[in-house]
Design a protein around this ligand. Sequence first.
Ligand SMILES: N[C@@H](CCC(=O)N[C@@H](CS)C(=O)NCC(=O)O)C(=O)O
Length: 216
Amino acid sequence: MADYRLHCFAQSGHSYKAALMLALTGADWEPVFVDFFGGAARSPEFRSVNPMGECPVLETPDAGTLTQSGVMLDHLARRTGKFGPDTEAEFREILRWTLWENHKLNSFQGIYRFMLNFAPEKARSADVERFLKGRTTAALDVLDAHLADREWIAADRPTTADIACSGYVFFPREEYGWTDAERWSNVEAWKERVQALPGWAHPYDLMPGHPMGTST
Ligand SMILES: N[C@@H](CCC(=O)N[C@@H](CS)C(=O)NCC(=O)O)C(=O)O
């Protein structure tokens, strides 16, 4: 069995943060498919592992079972000595962007994409989609402005803040319905830098379940 087991599914940007960190640090890990769209995360078995009912879940060799992607990134940075802070000020800056991505960037981006692609027809609403698109756009504007004069989000090198903010940005543009006018050029340039990191892989290549209905 691998050192780390990540319970995840391909469409999950929150899971991708942990998967990408494991890939970039060269950890010995394996994905465990969660049939999220089949309701697996709502099952009593899953809830007994993560009462929050969320993916990702990370089984570790020495720190038990972790939930919340930000906790996983912090844990893996400490264990591997990679992508973590060098100073207390850097720690605060990484934490600041990790809290922001969870609350603003990836929360809205994830739910917006879910509504457009995966929600049952009866749960869809043009008003809700418009609201989520506005919040997602506003968050990407913030990230784009932040990256206007810097290469990395929280330090002069890649940190877990960059990995955290990568959660949903690598999924195909079509899944968000972005038009050519909706381009965040600084975010695009930063994405190319993230993609150039050794070990980078696309979420659909790193985690099982794409295309939908498959589990590999
Ligand atoms: N704050 C959590 C968010 C995790 C999350 O929302 N995961 C989604 C899948 S991408 C989920 O499991 N949602 C289930 C729900 O909200 O009930 C993290 O960063 O790990």
